[in-house]
Ligand binder design. Structure first.
Ligand SMILES: [Zn+2]
Length: 430
């Protein structure tokens, strides 16, 4: 029996994944079938909460060998690949309803939705919700087809995300282990040794987005008062567990492993940007030299087949801006990012420099071919005239090649400025 929920937390607090641990604890008479799923949805939707992540957990009676995938308040949690028997629908529905009701932040703007179903809705609900914007009516029609139970609070916008999480059939996937603090520690400073995060990042190479080695800052723990202690992401469940247990921190009250679409680039549409609030992967030619605007953002105008587009590396992307600033007209690039509505700008999340032009800098006007005297420019397209004998020529100004500071290759912002869904370059090698 699948139970999925979304939009339970406001931008201020909580974390939908904590509700998943509450649900798993409350339904511990059952086993987890597969891993709980943490599914990130279109990061560009205007009403997103902090991370725009939806949760889906499947309950039943497991068959075969179980794997320990978490521990909640001293209770080990096991997951099974196969199911012997389905969980009771009413039990799952009533328990999930009680927990979502209890932990949602509806007074802070959350609009929770809960969906319970034995079967999954059509896969397109996932793709539309991760790449575009889904209408609730459309979701409700699909849920009706599979006979799902639906509960919504404060408008129930979360039903859309919950259904999308349930509809996900992974083609690429990653894992995240999230650890949680005991309630008496919520809101107090987190005890986690930065050095152990750095060492973990270097040693366990299948983990990603943990640590910014340039600024010596960890990226695995939130800065809010939420129950999360830290979350570590990776490609290999066994190595991920070893990585997490290598960290030196306060003792977590809970931990749970999630299957996730984080770091997969599932949100990218392979096409030139058209509609705003969506993210694209496309090729372009740099049209003008980049410029820096107020706030430290770097704007680079590019050409695509439909015309001009301004692409931006915003201030939070830090040193990535230097790379964008190094682009020159004529450079071929492949850009990945979200198209914003107003101003219509593409927010660069990652780029591949395909080819660079040779940049030349004028050093002097050409010498007169008749007498060797110095010349004077006659204006744009007018050539040069000799200051000594008056002869006019159409020669090029003398120039030198300027070394380029960017070479063809892949570039991404630092760990702290990455999207949940963005595929880190270290995952793209495989
Ligand atoms: Zn001359």
């Amino acid at each position: 029996m699948f139970a999925a929920f979304d939009d339970t937390d406001s931008t201020e607090s909580m974390c939908t994944t904590f509700l998943a641990t509450e649900l798993v604890k409350a339904l511990r008479v059952y086993d987890l079938i597969g891993l709980p799923r943490l599914v990130r949805l279109n990061p560009a939707v205007p009403w997103k909460t902090r991370g725009n992540g939806a949760l889906c957990v499947r309950f039943g009676v497991g068959r075969g060998q179980g794997q320990m995938v978490g521990e909640i308040d001293g209770i080990p949690i096991y997951s099974y690949e196969r199911m012997y028997e389905e969980a009771d629908r009413t039990t799952v529905l009533e328990t999930a309803e009680r927990i979502v009701q209890k932990w949602s932040r509806t007074t802070e703007g959350a609009s929770p939705g809960l969906v319970v179903s034995e079967g999954k809705p059509a896969q397109r609900l996932y793709w539309e919700a991760v790449r575009g914007i889904v209408e609730k009516e459309d979701t409700l029609r699909e849920l009706q087809k599979i006979g799902a139970d639906i509960v919504g609070w404060e408008g129930g916008r979360g039903i859309i995300g919950a259904s999308a999480a349930m509809a996900w059939r992974p083609h690429d996937r990653t894992y995240e282990i999230i650890t949680y603090r005991s309630p008496d520690r919520w809101g107090t400073p987190r005890h986690l040794e930065d050095g152990s995060v750095r060492d973990m990042d270097l040693k366990y190479t299948t983990t990603f987005n943990n640590y910014d080695h340039r600024t010596d800052r960890r990226a695995i723990s939130p800065h809010t008062n939420c129950p999360v202690l830290f979350g570590v992401r990776g490609d290999d469940p066994t190595e991920l567990m070893n990585a997490v247990f290598s960290l030196r921190s306060e003792t977590p009250a809970r931990w749970l492993m999630f299957l996730s679409n984080q770091g997969t680039d599932d949100h990218l549409i392979s096409a030139e940007p058209t509609l705003p609030d969506r993210s694209y992967d496309f090729k372009a030619t740099v049209a003008e030299a980049p410029r820096t605007i107020a706030g430290g953002h770097v704007i680079v105008p590019v050409s695509i087949s439909t015309g001009r587009l301004e692409a931006a590396a915003y201030e939070p992307t830090k040193e990535f801006r230097e790379l964008v600033r190094a682009l020159r007209p004529g450079d071929r690039v492949r850009l990945f990012g979200e198209l914003r509505a107003e101003p219509r700008t593409l927010n660069i999340e990652k780029m591949q420099v395909i080819s660079t032009v040779i940049e030349r800098q004028k050093v002097s006007n050409p010498r007169c071919p008749e007498c060797g005297g110095s010349t004077k420019s006659m204006g744009s397209g007018g050539g040069y005239r000799c200051k000594k004998c008056g002869h006019r020529n159409e020669l090029e100004a003398e120039s030198v090649e300027v070394p380029r500071t960017i070479v063809p290759g892949w570039y991404e912002p630092p760990v702290c400025a990455r999207r949940h869904l963005g595929k880190p370059l270290k995952r793209m090698r495989s």
